[in-house]
Design a protein around this ligand. Sequence first.
Ligand code: SF4
Length: 181
Amino acid sequence: MDKIKFATVWLAGCSGCHMSFLDLDEFLFDIAEAVDMVYSPVASDIKDYPDNVDVCLVEGAIANEENLKLLLEVRRKTKFLISFGDCAVTANVPAMRNMLNGSDPVLKRCYLELSDHGGQIPKDPEIVPPLLEKVQPIHHVVEVDLFLPGCPPSAQRIKNAIAPLLKGEKPIMEGRDMIKF
Ligand code: SF4
């Protein structure tokens, strides 16, 4: 059987979901046997998201234009996309700024008010990608094949989702562990 092309993506999140992925401990060896890790912040420095990815875990909400662009590309090139953790599923912590009036108050607070030296708001999108007015969960923008909630999802929950996929099977839904919409 060909190896599964496997990816993980980090959008607007704290990376805690990826840390929970690393908590899979020895199951990581099973994953390494079964997949080609073609894109991931924890496993490679490949810059471009490849074509024909079989499974991708997407951590984080959509908070800026860079997140949005990457997510659309990921969806276009991925067969089975998992919304990975509460920031991806509900927008969670990153969406706390949605209570404010747009993105300007966040930029002013971070770069002007909290700066000891006067500060300035970066204009270069390569340094700070333009923020979207509202932070959104990923299923507001793309179709999601499986929701894996939790902040972060436990390693066991991640394993429950991934183990069947490694055998070419769909995950079995078990209560709140995996929610298929
Ligand atoms: Fe971090 Fe929780 Fe968001 Fe995961 S769901 S990225 S652990 S805040």
